[in-house]
Design a protein around this ligand. Structure first.
Ligand code: GLN
Length: 546
């Protein structure tokens, strides 16, 4: 029978509950246990697919095509837990399912209520992940304790322990212990209040993880333990990490978290912790042999979470190449305003990420032209690939009014156009070409060299595609379709042949990169940027000595 861990958050949002949950999952796996991860989001949208990146950050796409919360990205990067549609539920989905059942008459004429119908539905989705060969299911509850929307979820996890037995459930509450400069001390009162709110609804947390910028003294821990009714070893410090998020699991171990969980849940199968892999990656991160700078030029550059997996994947590629990757986020509109010369000089590589809508498109196209003409490594992802195609059409093939029909329906040269399957669709949610699809690679190409194989499966999220009418014309001018769907119908990858590294993909490779296994395309992009950097310093020296 599976054991259950529930992770809630208190005091403020953005405490890093996803990262902490993922770290717990990773630690349990490294103790030889099998883990499943799940996030329950109290907002009413059916999924984050239609939400603005400003509201929600990146939409994380799974193999099965579900559009999910970005915390699932942490889960996938930290653990091996297989993620599916069942790994992320929102209030919207829970209600939709209950209402569908009501319409089918499944409640036999009863009044449908939050308790028990909504709470039963929530318990049902938690049970779905439990299985004979799963040791621990970790369920993270989105939002902050006290939010109206989260109440049914908290009530459901309270009831859950009555259904499966208290000894099989563990409640972890993540909270903030702020440091007040004026008083010169850490304050435990917000934590006491937050735990008070949980206890009011019948949940006594077993473990408190305290986010803090200063170390907790023994007195602080004693006070929290006393007021919140937990033993002192259940008060775990999680101090801010300036260097890397990958330090978080190690600091939780130092504070005895994994040991406490294993003991409290009686996880008999747990082995001793093996963190060699993780320590090794931190060692590589701390001791880089190269330093390069990459510009990520996109529409939502100012929002840290909008391209979360891309920034992470660049870091992983840095770890793989022993390079410190300095990432500069540049707004594509700023390139339009201030010009590429002013904003783009001095970088070793450019990445243009995915996106929707016309704002900033011309800035992306100018960035790509700059990278192509100056032979600087370029990596285009999804909309970034579509912009690379438009740029090449306009400036190399000679189709100077080329565009995507997403931005100009009447362009004389629609080099990017709507996928056939998309033409009749009007609903926005969950209707794109989504999830993992195979792509066949040209064995002679840069991409095949990077992947070391000619068949890959990558995740998609788009409506538009390369217009095949132009394929030969492009190839004749030096942009080849080096990856296509296995039947050859859809272009998945383009490359510029006369360039050190110019690769653009219709899919999202960033979703499959891990800190311990960088994605091959990101790794090769960074390696090309390192070569570019070396070349630049060589040239600099030559100029100095001449
Ligand atoms: N807007 C483009 C499309 O729908 C690209 C989407 C993306 O970058 N994810 O095809």
């Amino acid at each position: 029978m599976s054991k259950h861990i529930f992770v809630t958050g208190g005091v403020v949002s953005s405490l890093g509950k996803g990262l902490t949950s993922a770290s717990i999952g990773m630690l349990l796996e490294q103790r030889g246990l099998s883990v499943r991860m799940q996030k329950l989001d109290p907002y009413i949208n059916v999924d984050p697919g239609t939400m603005s990146p400003y509201q929600h950050g990146e939409v994380y796409v799974l193999d099965d095509g579900s559009e999910t919360d970005l915390d699932l990205g942490h889960y996938e990067r930290f653990t091996h837990s297989p993620l599916t549609r069942d790994s992320n539920y929102t209030t919207g989905q829970i209600y939709q399912s209950v209402i569908d059942k009501e319409r089918r008459g499944e409640f036999l004429g009863k009044t449908v209520q939050v308790i028990p119908h909504i709470t039963n539905e929530i318990k049902g989705v938690i049970h779905k992940l439990a299985d004979d060969d799963v040791d621990v299911v970790i369920t993270e509850i989105g939002g902050t304790v006290g939010d109206i929307e989260s109440q049914p979820f908290l009530e459901a996890i309270r009831q859950f322990s009555l259904d499966v037995g208290k000894e099989n459930c563990l409640y972890i509450h993540l909270t903030l212990v702020p440091y007040l400069k004026a008083a010169g001390e850490l304050k435990t009162k917000p934590t006491q209040h937050s735990v008070g709110q949980l206890r009011e609804i019948g949940i006594q947390p077993d473990i408190l993880i305290c986010r803090t910028e200063r170390s907790l003294s023994r007195d602080d821990r004693q006070k929290i333990a006393l007021f919140c009714n937990v033993p002192i070893e259940a008060v775990i410090e999680e101090k801010d990490k300036d260097f890397s998020i990958y330090e978080v699991p190690l600091s939780l171990v130092e504070n005895g978290l994994d040991e406490f969980i294993v003991r409290k849940l009686g996880l008999q199968g747990a082995k001793t912790l093996d963190l060699d892999n993780w320590r090794n990656l931190l060692h590589r991160l701390r001791n880089p042999e190269h330093e390069i700078s990459i510009a990520v030029v996109g529409k939502y550059a100012e929002h840290r979470d909008a391209y979360k997996s891309i920034y992470e994947a660049l870091d992983h590629a840095g770890i793989a190449n022993r390079a410190q990757v300095r990432i500069q986020r540049i707004q594509s509109e700023a390139v339009e305003r201030e010009g590429p010369e002013y904003l783009l000089s001095g970088f070793d590589g450019f990445l243009v990420p995915g996106g929707f809508g016309e704002r900033g498109i011309e800035g992306k196209i100018e960035t790509i032209r700059y990278a192509r003409e100056r032979q600087i490594p370029f990596f285009g992802i999804c909309l970034g690939m579509q912009c690379a195609v438009i740029e090449f059409a306009r400036h190399v093939v000679g189709l100077d009014q080329a565009h995507s029909t997403e931005f100009n329906k009447d362009t004389p040269h629609p080099v990017i156009c709507l996928l056939d399957e998309q033409r009749s669709i009007t609903d926005k949610g969950g209707t794109m070409r989504l999830g993992a699809h195979p792509a066949r690679l040209d064995p002679q190409s840069n991409v095949a060299a990077a992947y070391r194989t000619d068949l890959v499966h990558e995740r998609h999220r788009h409506r538009y595609e390369f217009n095949n009418v132009y394929r030969q014309q492009f190839a004749a001018h030096g942009m080849i379709a080096s990856g296509t769907s296995p039947d050859g119908a859809l272009v998945e990858v383009v490359e510029v042949v006369d360039h050190p590294w110019f690769v653009a993909v219709q899919y999202h490779p960033e979703f499959k990169s891990k800190p311990t296994a960088a994605h091959p395309l990101f790794a090769e992009f960074i390696s090309a940027a390192i070569r570019r950097h070396a070349l630049r310093s060589e040239r600099g020296k030559e100029i100095e000595s001449s």
